[in-house]
Design a protein around this ligand. Structure first.
Ligand code: MG
Length: 389
């Protein structure tokens, strides 16, 4: 195992998780190779990455950027492709061992499906894939040699707590949340927060979509659904614990009352390194955690009234079927509208509630049902936005 190089495909290589994954590949040149890199639209950075890491193939989703990318790399022996289908195709090429799904939102679904069909190891950073299609994905995994290793820091923590344990002896997941930048605001103060306020996360440096989701606590709702599928844990056995210091990345309680936790500095390089190295731990020179520097680690219950999206996530998983897909689609529209200055922060849960209440949910959905429901919920969100923004 030690001398085998793992070939990595990074879907979303120019984003926050993507660039940090490339840091890890650079840190261990004898263990990993960047074989496929894909991006949505940032062709300049993708070209720079291709020049540095010399992957076999790169793909840009945005067709208008393809010509520039191709021209910029005309002197390199790198395959250049474009479009969403080419991304899904690149994830499944035989040279690839592990696919890091680091793209944003719903766009992660189809490439992940293709990678599973091709038997790849999935280093899952795109939580929306499991929110939208957890049932379909886990059904596919039963018939595939593919496995999912979580990259999300909380799920990496839970995964690590469960190593060497019987899952059947775990009785509860304690999913920690920083509480985001608005933890201490009153409900009325929350009405007037700006985009800049919401983008200013206290602990984690992340992309815009997940940072807004963290501020609204939608992110924690998604992570609850993600944990439900990853660890086969009923939602009622997942407890959200607000832990503002983000040092305890999550915990598992066992049937003897014992709790295991995983701790570390809030740095995504940790869970990415673990996911790529698994089952090995990879030694690093990067600094670890100095607990005395933090002094106090605190824990409190979340405020479901102030952050209704968190309770809508529990509603959605309880309803099952396509309801989590509807939740995700409405939230994607809500986040985009908030970032564009069209609606207020507190309009996001109003939009999501409206779309959840007015889009029919289908039980035991197929992938096609999910694709149709996603379009349906996006259209309903647009209707609401045109009336309310
Ligand atoms: Mg997380």
């Amino acid at each position: 195992m030690d001398n085998i190089i793992k070939n990595i495909a990074i879907l979303g290589s120019t984003g926050s998780i993507g660039t940090q994954t490339l840091d890890i590949i650079e840190e261990y040149p004898d263990k990993f190779r960047a074989t496929v890199l894909t991006a949505k639209a940032n062709w300049q950075l993708l070209a720079k990455q291709a020049r540095k890491f010399l992957p076999k193939r790169i793909v840009i989703a945005d067709p208008s950027a393809y010509r520039f990318l191709k021209e910029a790399l005309s002197d390199l022996d790198v395959e250049v492709a474009c479009g969403q289908e080419a991304i899904a195709e690149a994830a499944a090429i035989p040279e690839v061992d592990t696919v890091v799904t680091a793209m944003v939102g719903y766009s992660g679904l189809i490439p992940t499906v293709e990678a599973i069909k091709a038997g790849k190891t999935i280093a899952l950073a795109n939580k929306e894939t499991l929110v939208v299609a957890g049932e379909v994905i886990y059904d596919m995994l039963k018939h595939s040699s593919s496995e999912i290793i979580p990259v999300d820091s909380e799920h990496s923590a839970i995964f690590q707590c469960l190593v060497g344990e019987k899952t059947s002896q775990a009785r509860k997941i304690l999913l920690t949340a920083s509480g985001g930048p608005f933890r201490k605001l009153t409900a009325s103060q929350l009405e007037n927060v700006t985009v800049a306020d919401a983008l200013n996360h206290p602990n984690w440096d992340m992309g815009a979509k997940v940072t807004i989701d963290s501020a609204s606590m939608m992110n924690k709702g998604f992570e609850m659904i993600e944990a439900h599928w990853l660890f086969g844990c009923p939602a009622e056995n997942i407890e959200i614990v607000v832990h503002p210091q983000s040092i305890v990345h999550s915990m598992v309680e066992f049937n003897d009352g014992s709790i295991k936790a995983q701790l570390g500095i809030p740095d995504m390089h940790l869970p990415i390194r673990y996911a790529l190295g698994y089952p090995e731990r990879l030694a690093t020179d990067r600094p670890g955690l100095t607990l005395a520097q933090y002094g106090n680690l605190t824990f409190e219950a979340p405020d479901y009234q102030k952050f209704p999206l968190l309770s809508y996530a529990f509603d959605a998983i309880k309803a099952g079927g396509t309801m989590p897909c509807i939740l995700n689609a409405a939230n994607e529209k809500g986040v985009a509208a908030f970032l564009a200055g069209r609606i207020r922060f507190t309009d996001m849960p109003r939009l999501v509630r409206h779309v959840m209440d007015n889009t029919p949910s289908i039980s035991n959905p197929t992938l096609e049902d999910l694709i149709a429901t996603n379009s349906d919920a996006l259209a309903r969100s647009d209707e609401w936005l045109s009336r309310n923004s």
